[in-house]
Structures are given as C-alpha cells and as structure tokens.
Write a protein that binds this ligand. Structure first.
Ligand SMILES: Nc1ncnc2c1ncn2[C@@H]1O[C@H](COP(=O)(O)OP(=O)(O)OP(=O)(O)O)[C@@H](O)[C@H]1O
Length: 274
C-alpha cells in the first residue's frame, strides 16, 4: 500500500562562517552548500502495520514524512501510496491520510478547537453524518469534552496534542503519519495517546507511521522499525530482533538508559550515526 522507492532530497542552504567579517561578506555574496537530507531511501509498508521510524537528530525522518504526505517534492525516486503519488495527486490523496507534526499545529490558534474541526470538515468535504460520527467517537475516546470549546492558545500541550490527533482523523483516513506525537507530554497523556493509537490501529485497521525519539512509544506500539541515519535507510526489521541483537552486544548499559535505549545507542554506534 505504501511503496517508497529510491527517494533522494537535498536542500540548498546558505553557508555561514562565524565572525563579523564573514557576516558582512555574506550580505553581498552568499555561498551555498547542498545538504543531502535523503539518499536513495526505499521501503514498503503493508496496510494495518504500525512502523516506528527512528534515527538521530537531522537523520531525515521529518523530510521522509513530508515527502510521503505530499508537502515536499523529492529530487528523484518514486512514492506510491494507495495508488497516488503524494505530491502530484495532493488534493485527492490527502483525504486518505492524517498527519500530526508534534512541533507544529494544524489548528487555528485564536478560535475554539471545534471551529477548526468544522473548517477541516469543509476542507476535506466530509459528509455531515460521517463527520458527526467521527467527532463523537474522537471526543469520547480522546476525552476532549469541553476542551473543544476553548481556543487553542489557552490549551495545555497535552490537551492540544489530543486535539491535533482528533483533527487528523476527522475525515477517517486509512493512514496516519505521526511525527513526534508525544513530545513534551506528561506520563498520563503519553499513555493515553499511545492507547488511542493502538486502538484505531486494531479496530479500524489504520496504518501508522510513527516518528519519535521516545523508545517507549516505539516499544508500546511498533513491531517493525525503520532506522534512518544521515539520510540513508540502515535497518528495516523487527523491533524484537533489534533488541535481542543489540541488548546482548558489547558495551554495557548507558547511564540512565532503559534496555531499549541502550540497544539503540549501540545500534547508532554500529552504523556510525551518533
Ligand atoms: N527546509 C529545509 N531547508 C534546509 N535544510 C533542511 C530543511 N529541512 C530539513 N533540512 C535538513 O535536512 C536534514 C534532515 O532533516 P529532518 O528534519 O528530516 O531530520 P529529522 O530526522 O526529522 O531530525 P529531528 O529528529 O532533529 O527532528 C537535516 O540536515 C536538516 O538540517
């Protein structure tokens, strides 16, 4: 259902040297360099899977999610998701996906959450009965209650995140891209979000691609992981196999780390992506 094949993406960024002289020079003549965010990334994901997409800072995770959600056009490679090429068939395609970027909001800041929801209903052209049904279910299961009457800027991070997740699912998508959905949440909210993701996957068969630095999110939800480092896909396999292999590898438990974090640190070391 998801086939990513040989995707590469580079960004052109202005070179910045330190010092006042260089800053002055760059006012007149900018020098640029290419950053290879993704290099020949390929994988497939089956319907109903929950896949953990992991890797260190700057590895290329968000760039991949942006390509798969049609926000970014890759320099080369192909991507076919439910029969669509995300960046070509964007209008039709987005009805099939939900996207949550933990660090960014898709809700309008100054209006009550429900107004944003209603606007999303219109954007996605969701039939009224389906919208009401989805809204009721999401409000109940994410415990939104009166929260949806409050403007987003007055919500706590955990409350906002639950609303973000609801917003991404109002149109009943088959695929959910989650980019750090539990960042900054307290333990109770984190567990609530995880349970919700597990439920929609089990009961509605929603396919989930989950990007996070929180390995307990991955342990709670994903059976399969994709590891990306320096823009290259380095591992595609069962979480259990990764844990068994690296937990028993040389190098002792990292101070303060859980066994799965320790396995990840060793894996990063082996692939030289720390
Ligand atoms: N719009 C952009 N312009 C220039 N460079 C970018 C842009 N977006 C990403 N990059 C660069 O591409 C690389 C991959 O970034 P990306 O955001 O995909 O990483 P990530 O794995 O999501 O990282 P993190 O875990 O820190 O969120 C980084 O070197 C980043 O600086």
């Amino acid at each position: 259902m998801i086939t990513v094949s040989g995707i590469s993406k580079s960004f052109k960024v202005a070179k910045r040297n330190s010092g006042l002289g260089s800053a002055m020079k760059s006012l007149f003549r900018r020098e640029y360099e290419e950053v290879a965010a993704l290099s020949e990334v390929s994988f497939t994901i089956k319907p109903g899977e929950i896949v953990g997409y992991i890797g260190p800072n700057g590895a290329g995770k968000s760039t991949t999610i942006k390509v798969m959600s049609g926000i970014l056009v890759p320099d080369s490679g192909t991507c076919e998701i439910m029969g669509y090429t995300p960046w070509l068939d964007r209008v039709k395609y987005v009805r099939n996906i939900g996207v949550v970027f933990g660090q960014r909001s898709q809700l309008w800041w100054d209006v009550p959450v429900i107004d944003s929801f209603d606007l999303l209903r219109d954007i996605y052209d969701v039939p009224e009965t389906e919208y009401r049904k989805n809204l009721k279910l999401l409000t109940e299961t994410l415990d939104l209650g009166e929260i949806i009457r409050i403007p987003v800027r007055q919500l706590s991070l955990g409350q906002r995140m639950r609303c973000e997740i609801a917003a991404s699912l109002l149109h009943g998508p088959a695929i959910l891209f989650l980019d750090e959905p539990t960042i900054g949440l307290d333990a109770v909210s984190k567990i609530a979000v995880r349970q919700f993701i597990a439920t929609i996957n089990k009961e509605k068969g929603v396919t989930v691609i989950l990007t996070t630095h929180d390995m307990s999110d991955i342990e709670a939800l994903a059976q399969r992981i994709l590891l990306i480092g320096k823009g290259r896909l380095l591992y595609d396999g069962e979480l259990g196999a990764m844990r068994d292999k690296y937990a028993n590898a040389e190098g002792g438990i990292a101070q303060g780390g859980s066994p799965i974090e320790d396995a990840l640190v060793k894996m990063y070391k082996e692939f030289d992506i720390t």
